[in-house]
Write a protein of this length. Structure first.
Length: 135
């Protein structure tokens, strides 16, 4: 790892921490999602509720642990809301297209959507929400 440039090491460390936080929160959230939808609640409404809960909790974990961000928290929170609005929109679009239009099982679509949105959100967090300070 020491042979890699410092920028790559920093990004790799951020990605690893982001992944660990994300795997824990998304695995728990997905299991609850499956349970709640199994009880008869609508997939898109369930996703909406748990997306909001997960995003709210994730702000502090990602700000402090993944990106060690020390900048303006209010500005970061506003950018965080913007990033997650995009992530939520992508998730909702995937559910709408693949479940409502093409009739794929919502369980599979939501599982894949979690991964797709996670990649988008990481890039937005790294460069937009919690950018490294300029030198």
């Amino acid at each position: 790892m020491k042979l890699l440039p410092p920028e790559f090491r920093a990004t790799f460390t951020q990605l690893l921490r982001y992944g660990l936080i994300g795997v824990g929160t998304n695995a728990a959230g997905y299991l609850v999602y499956l349970g709640v939808t199994h009880l008869g609640f609508a997939p898109k409404m369930t996703m909406t509720f748990f997306y909001f809960v997960g995003a709210t909790v994730g702000f502090f974990g990602n700000k402090n642990l993944s990106f060690s961000f020390e900048g303006n928290s209010y500005r970061a929170a506003l950018r965080y809301i913007i990033a997650h609005s995009l992530g939520y929109s992508v998730n909702l679009l995937l559910l709408t297209v693949f479940v409502d239009w093409y009739h794929y099982p919502h369980q599979w679509v939501q599982g894949i959507a979690i991964l797709v949105v996670a990649v988008i959100i990481f890039v937005l967090f790294k460069f937009f929400v919690f950018p490294a300070p300029t030198k």
